[in-house]
Design a protein around this ligand. Sequence first.
Ligand code: ZN
Length: 318
Amino acid sequence: MDAPSLEILWQRSAVVAGEELCQHEPPCVPEKYVVTCRQVHTTITCRICGGSAFAADWGGATCSECNSVSVLACPTREELQTFYETFNKTYYGGGRERGSKERQRRYAMAYLAAVGRHTHPGTLLDVGSSTSPFPDAAAAAGYRVTSLDFVRPPTLRDDVAFIQGEATPRPELRAGFETVTCFAVIEHSTAPRELASALVSYCRPSGVIVLTTPLVGDYWERNTAGRSAWFGPPEHLHLVSRRGMELLFCGAGCELVDYRRLELSTPRWVARYGIAAVEGLCGALMRAATPSRWLARRNKHVAHAAPIALYVFRKQLL
Ligand SMILES: [Zn+2]
């Protein structure tokens, strides 16, 4: 028997909490549900697919259609500016400070290997480089690299061109690059759909767009009895599922040509995705046995797993 859907669980949790009847006319849910409107009606529009996303106390909403997570209230421009003014000084490549330089170098080489599987050295635009050594590594490998970011990375090589600003559609960059890369950036965006369409606009027809972002919405994450550890405004605002990524990029004229769970080595891969599988399996069993307990736990706890997905899209010829 399939576990109840998220929507049904939300309604059941409202029954458990049952404080008052729905005051809306006509009632928004079947009368047999004694509900708190606050719980059942707090849905927002998924900023990835436009579907219905259920809000939770931790500040995010999970889409019932694409399983992506959208922040309930986006930070203001001023809040983001203040946050990112100091971001590069304290960012250690998604982890602790110790060994961060070497880890970032290894990630940059893994990104370069992914790029190399689908394209040859040519023009490359890296969006949101931050402190990653990837632009320098790509330049050393023979790519003609441009970096686009709010702040110029301090270590950028002289032969890497730099454009300061936001990743919005720009006429001067239109179809200007054979490869567009955007590693660990889309989760920071207040407007992921607009960012995706800007990335597609920078890419030449038959060129590739290579991205990484936290993975949500696969079987393991969907069933884990804890929300994704990757969610955390003002830093991570939108966690886009594989289905969400396909909607964003395939809807803009691209084709998914590569998808994988990213790690630097086989032992690290087994550790990272082993944790995700164990949490997901335990969660699936709990969800089948005691669905309301599972939902309460998912909203209260944070998962240990931190899966990362790598996507390669090819822009189709017009
Ligand atoms: Zn959605």
